[in-house]
Design a protein. Structure first.
Length: 207
């Protein structure tokens, strides 16, 4: 877009930055920028500083790789959680989705993605080895595979299952209440909650 469409290059720059966000078109970006311009300067500064601080200071839990304010996140350090059960998820959004069901009291392990050769993502690009090490060193009795029910998710499930097999621990997967091809963040809380409660032995998921 040329500068002629905006009365201010500052306005155009702000719109361009908002338009980079997923799901935000230029019309929505312009509306958001104009809204912020109407707000008190202190509120806009607080808005901007929140993201600057987030980007500069956020760290990842050294145990589960979830976003955290400390070396070990609040979930992993909570003594009331079930430390013998670990739910493996693709990303941080999936942790939030499962937590919102209020049906799971164990811990998590965030892979940071799923195996996808088409996108150049292999097992070494994910937190799979750290999961195997964690299960080996800690008193983990069950690993729940809660990845998206897509071909890539199933491939990753099977890879992890094969890696865990020598450790002789219980490996389960969420029940197929979450439809094939669905991602966890789009499943409603009741369906996802039931899928976790009704999880099945991984070997039975092929039947």
């Amino acid at each position: 877009m040329s500068n002629q469409q905006y009365s201010s290059s500052l306005l155009e720059n702000a719109v361009n930055e908002f338009a980079k966000l997923p799901g935000i078109g230029r019309k929505t970006a312009l509306r958001l920028v104009l809204y912020l311009l109407k707000q008190p300067e202190q509120e806009v500064e607080a808005f901007g500083n929140a993201f600057i601080q987030l980007r500069k200071e956020i760290i990842y839990c050294k145990v589960c790789h979830n976003i955290s304010d400390t070396e070990v996140c609040r979930i992993c350090s909570n003594p009331s959680r079930d430390h013998e059960t670990v739910c493996v998820v693709e990303n941080i959004k999936d942790v939030m989705s499962v937590e919102n069901t209020q049906q799971f009291r164990g811990l998590y392990h965030v892979l940071g993605g799923i195996i996808s050769p088409m996108d150049g993502i292999g097992p070494k690009d994910l937190e799979i080895e750290s999961l195997i090490q964690r299960v080996t060193e800690e008193q983990v009795k069950e690993v729940i595979l809660a990845l998206s029910t897509t071909m890539e998710g199933d491939t990753t499930n099977f890879y992890i299952f094969r890696k865990l097999a020598p450790l002789n621990i219980k490996v389960t997967t969420i029940a197929r209440g979450v439809a094939i091809g669905d991602e966890l963040e789009y499943a409603d809380e009741v369906t996802l909650g039931r899928s976790i409660l009704n999880r099945v032995d991984f070997t039975n998921s092929f039947k």
